[in-house]
Design a protein around this ligand. Structure first.
Ligand code: HEC
Length: 163
């Protein structure tokens, strides 16, 4: 009975009041949330912008990946495909043939009258013409036919560029 009475007591006004209160709360809440969200978003965006600015400024200029000029790149490929099985480019690593580390300097002193370039061409085209002491005549004598002129030029340039 009591409950029923209370329920029925001015049902309209009671309902309106609650509805208004709920609406107000919702409104205020929504308004607050919106504002806070907006402010937060603004602060976040500002922070992000500043962070990006700082990051961009602090970011070191990317070091360019060293790339070989086309001729040396070709020479490297030729070397890897046709020479590396017998020659290392690491100092004192002697495989079937001697290490070719520092060959540019040595090549210039091997044969009287031949500069480094001339010696390298001769080594490739007529390997038996000069034998490095302690090594057998095992270098293929067909490289002049297997490789194109461009490939030989490139591998010679590549070897001359070795430290
Ligand atoms: C089957 C093994 C073999 C291959 C492949 C080979 N060589 Fe040789 N190479 C030798 C041997 C062994 C010697 C040492 C004997 C001589 O002087 O010919 C030698 C010597 C050399 C020398 C003289 C080194 C010096 O210290 O004077 C050069 C330069 C050379 N080779 C370059 C090349 C190049 C460039 C290629 C690839 C295009 C190549 N070789 C492929 C075995 C090889």
């Amino acid at each position: 009975m009591t409950i029923r009475y209370a329920r029925n007591d001015n049902p309209l006004r009671s309902g309106d009041c609650f509805a208004a209160l709920a609406m107000t709360i919702r409104y205020v809440r929504n308004a607050e949330w919106t504002n806070i969200a907006c402010t937060k978003a603004r602060v976040f965006l500002l922070w992000l912008a500043l962070w990006l600015l700082a990051a961009c400024r602090a970011a070191p200029t990317p070091t360019p990946t060293p790339t070989l000029p086309p001729e040396l790149a070709l020479g490297k490929r030729v070397f890897e495909a046709h020479c590396a099985a017998c020659h290392s480019l690491a100092p004192e690593v002697n495989l079937v043939g001697p290490s070719l580390a520092g060959i540019a300097v040595r090549a210039a002193m091997r044969v009287d009258g031949l500069d480094a370039r001339g010696y390298l061409y001769t080594s490739i085209l007529r390997p038996g013409a000069y034998l490095v002491e302690g090594y057998p005549d095992l270098m293929p004598s067909t490289l002049g036919k297997t490789l194109s002129g461009e490939e030989i030029d490139a591998v010679v340039a590549f070897l001359l560029a070795q430290p």
